[in-house]
Design a protein around this ligand. Structure first.
Ligand code: UDP
Ligand code: MG
Length: 315
């Protein structure tokens, strides 16, 4: 099979017939062998009924229905597991992404790219969404080192099959799939300017909370990617530095005290100086960070994929 189109959807009953028809047209024009994987993320409208109807006319549809709403990342993950095509293309169900981009995305992957991410150069979304998105993309670019992407969270993307089979999308990590791919060793990441349309039916499924969650996810993805397998290097290092600062201040305080006693200078309580509290806090925080690192190390040692590496080739 050439292409698997993976589409996560949540309450998109009006868009589905038009979307599947459009995809079918593009596929037939280009003579692709394909499947459309519709993942119904626990819709509460009639989406699933619509899908059942579509499936009777289009046997190339594979449909999966969640019992409840788990989120876009979960839907993508399940779609990725089911995908059988050499090239996997994801798109949103709301007709904001255009299936006409599929042939070019496909040929870029065939020409060697691991991942091609859509860039909605001209967006049809409200300003309240586009401005924070710009900030996000800048932060993600600099933290991930993927400097050639303008738009990380575009729903329209294409992947080589190995990529989707090697990464695990969970929580709300769908915003950072190119980063996950890079951590997994797939570095040929390209961008393609894509057509974007206003939402035709229904309404957006993500509120303003997306920005807070997105930022926290960026921090955790960065942390897990860099220190997930060696947490002690992070906590231990800061912990030791903090502890040493506290330790040397304490030595100084003791020395100072002994000197003042020996010299018979004005008697001063150790607790009367700010340095004492500073050393106390530094030692406590240092010890705690160190212990945190130790426990994190034990946790990561117990994880089942502690020795899971992506092997590219064996000859
Ligand atoms: N979606 C989903 N589960 C959710 C929320 C959204 O599968 O819990 C799907 C939604 O149906 C759409 C895609 O994710 O196909 C993108 O959602 P939306 O268009 O609401 O996001 P926006 O375009 O506003 O970023
Ligand atoms: Mg949308």
């Amino acid at each position: 099979m050439d292409i698997s189109v993976v589409i996560p959807l949540y309450n998109e009953e009006e868009s589905l017939p038009e979307l599947t028809e459009w995809i079918r047209r593009v596929m037939l024009e280009n003579q692709f062998r394909y499947e459309i994987i519709l993942v119904d993320d626990g819709s509460s409208d009639t989406s699933w009924k619509v899908i059942q109807g579509l499936k009777t006319q289009h046997p190339e549809i594979v449909a999966i229905k969640f019992r409840r709403n788990y989120g876009k990342s979960a839907a993508l993950n399940v779609g990725f597991n089911a995908a059988e095509g050499d090239v996997v293309i994801t798109m949103d169900a709301d007709l904001q992404d255009s299936p006409d981009e599929i042939p070019e995305l496909y040929s870029r992957i065939k020409n060697g790219a691991d991942l091609v991410s859509g860039w909605k150069a001209k967006r049809y979304d409200p300003l309240t969404k586009t401005i924070p998105t710009k900030l996000f993309n800048a932060a993600t670019r600099s933290m991930s080192g993927i400097h050639n992407l303008h738009d990380f969270n575009c729903g329209l993307k294409a992947y080589r099959k190995e990529v989707v089979k090697s990464i695990e999308v969970y929580g709300e990590m769908h915003r950072y799939i190119p980063v996950l791919a890079k951590w997994a060793g797939f570095t040929k990441i390209q961008e393609q300017v894509v057509q974007h349309y206003p939402r035709k039916y229904g309404s957006t499924k993500f509120g303003a909370g997306r920005f807070v969650k997105g930022f926290l996810d960026l921090l955790s993805i960065f942390f897990v990617g860099k220190f997930g397998k060696r947490p002690m290097h992070f906590f231990g290092a800061i912990g030791v530095i903090s502890f040493l600062i506290g330790f040397f201040i304490t030595i100084y305080l003791i020395f100072d005290k002994l000197m003042s006693i020996a010299n018979g200078t004005a008697y001063r309580n150790v607790t009367d100086q700010p340095l004492f509290y500073l050393s106390l806090v530094a030692i406590l925080i240092g010890t705690q960070l160190f212990l945190t690192g130790f426990i994190a190390e034990l946790v990561s040692r117990n994880s089942t994929d502690r020795n899971k590496y992506h092997i590219e080739e064996v000859i």
